[in-house]
Design a binder for this molecule. Structure first.
Ligand code: SF4
Ligand code: SF4
Length: 403
């Protein structure tokens, strides 16, 4: 029987109850009066509302903890227990990429004809060109396939199918029972695929496939994992792609995605080095790098409340705008999408660009700007077509599989 324990996710023995993880939390640390007592209550298994209903799953507390206890894992584990006991509100299924009628798949259905052809090609797992090394397009690239129509993808055959989900959203919500079945499914599929190096386009997929699933969910994948952003940065910084100084003088600020914090300082340095190589001036936000605020997606994990997500997006866009930068540069497609949704909700508008779009621009290849179109589609799926689920009081349980 798949039965994770708290100790799998959080090191109780090493924790000295200092409370630094909570008092230093960039989301609500200032409001925590007794951080030491609060973490003690969480460890004891109490339902600590001020944490469990406010955490944005930004992962910064893991970096703060001096003993590498993984306090974020403690929160995830308590969410896991909550979802087992009480189930999840139906509205959570809208953003879960493997649940029927989820918004990701609905947005894919509305893509342009050319983009749908790309998705059809990516879904053909019998192709010979993906044997060996291939680039994995997760759900957040499958809703923005236009981003791949650039020379920077040459030599990277792409594959991806809606069911090949890395499970990130489920992990972020503490829905561990579902991840167990995600792992089994991926192991089965990859055993037959012949891919021995998965190049993850998304840093969250990279961290899930390389670290989280093997470490916490016993995944045994028959492939190595690398990150497309690393490979691209190498090609740029070595001079193979001649883009030096091509965007000279452009002022940008950078959103560091949550998983980048767990992947190390170098992971955050590299996109900045690429931007500076392009000639951009990087202006940092008030919360940056390991202390970055989430783009808004993770704000939905605590209460599944879209208003929490909207507040998170607006707060972050406001910080980005305050830097005086001309562009907000992201290196995660989910951040791209969420901020693009946000530009429809707030006057704190700042154009959002994926780093790869700027690299393509520096190469003289302007990609179509469809982020706002995708954001409108997502907003419609969530708030208009998804309204019955948003307003429903029904709850559901994700599968609990036994093996
Ligand atoms: S994950 Fe982020 S928001 Fe949640 S407690 Fe840790 S630092 Fe705070
Ligand atoms: S998890 Fe780490 S930072 Fe948090 S109270 Fe324990 S030792 Fe301190």
């Amino acid at each position: 029987m798949y039965e994770p324990s708290l100790e799998d996710f959080f090191c109780v023995e090493r924790c000295d109850l200092c409370g630094d993880c909570l008092s230093g939390c960039p989301e609500f640390g200032d409001d925590i009066v007794d951080a030491s007592g609060t973490i003690e209550r969480l460890i004891d298994g109490q339902y600590v509302r001020e944490v469990l209903e406010r955490c944005s799953s930004c992962m910064s507390c893991n970096i703060i903890c001096p003993y590498e206890c993984n306090p974020y894992g403690l929160i995830l584990y308590r969410w896991h227990e909550r979802s087992r006991e009480k189930g999840l509100p139906l509205r959570a299924s809208l953003v879960m990429p493997l649940e029927p009628g989820n918004a990701w798949h609905r947005v894919m259905e509305g893509l342009t004809g050319r983009e749908k052809l790309l998705l059809d090609k990516w879904a053909d797992l019998a192709r010979e060109d993906i044997k060996g090394r291939a680039l994995f397009a997760g759900c957040n690239l499958q809703i923005m396939p236009y981003l791949t129509e650039s020379a920077i993808f040459e030599g990277f055959p792409i594959y991806g199918r809606p069911d090949l989900c890395c499970g990130e959203v489920y992990y972020r919500m503490g829905s561990f029972d579902k991840i167990d079945s995600v792992v089994t499914h991926l192991e089965q599929i990859y055993r037959e695929l012949g891919i021995n190096e998965v190049v993850a386009y998304c840093q969250a997929c990279f961290n899930m496939l390389k670290n989280i699933l093997p470490r916490y969910f016993d995944a045994d994948f028959p492939f190595d994992v690398s990150y497309f952003g690393d490979l691209l940065a190498e090609r740029i910084l070595s001079g193979e792609l001649q883009v030096a100084g091509k965007l000279k003088g452009l002022k940008v600020t950078v959103q560091d995605p949550c998983h980048s914090k767990l992947l190390g300082k170098e992971f955050q340095d590299r996109p900045r080095r690429v931007l500076e190589h392009l000639g951009c001036e990087v202006k940092e936000m008030a919360h940056t790098r390991e202390m970055s605020l989430c783009c808004g997606l993770g704000h939905g994990a605590a209460r599944f409340n879209p208003m929490d997500m909207a507040r998170g997006i607006v707060r972050r866009l406001r910080e980005a705008r305050a830097t005086g930068a001309e562009y907000l540069v992201v290196y995660c497609n989910s951040c791209d999408l969420l901020f693009s949704v946000g530009t429809q909700l707030t006057p704190f508008i700042i154009p959002v660009y994926h780093l790869n779009e700027l690299v393509a621009k520096a190469l003289g290849q302007e990609l179509p700007r469809r982020n706002l179109n995708r954001a409108r589609s997502m907003t419609k799926e969530l708030f208009v077509k998804g309204a019955p689920k948003l307003l429903s009081r029904k709850r559901f349980w994700l599968e609990r599989r036994y093996s």
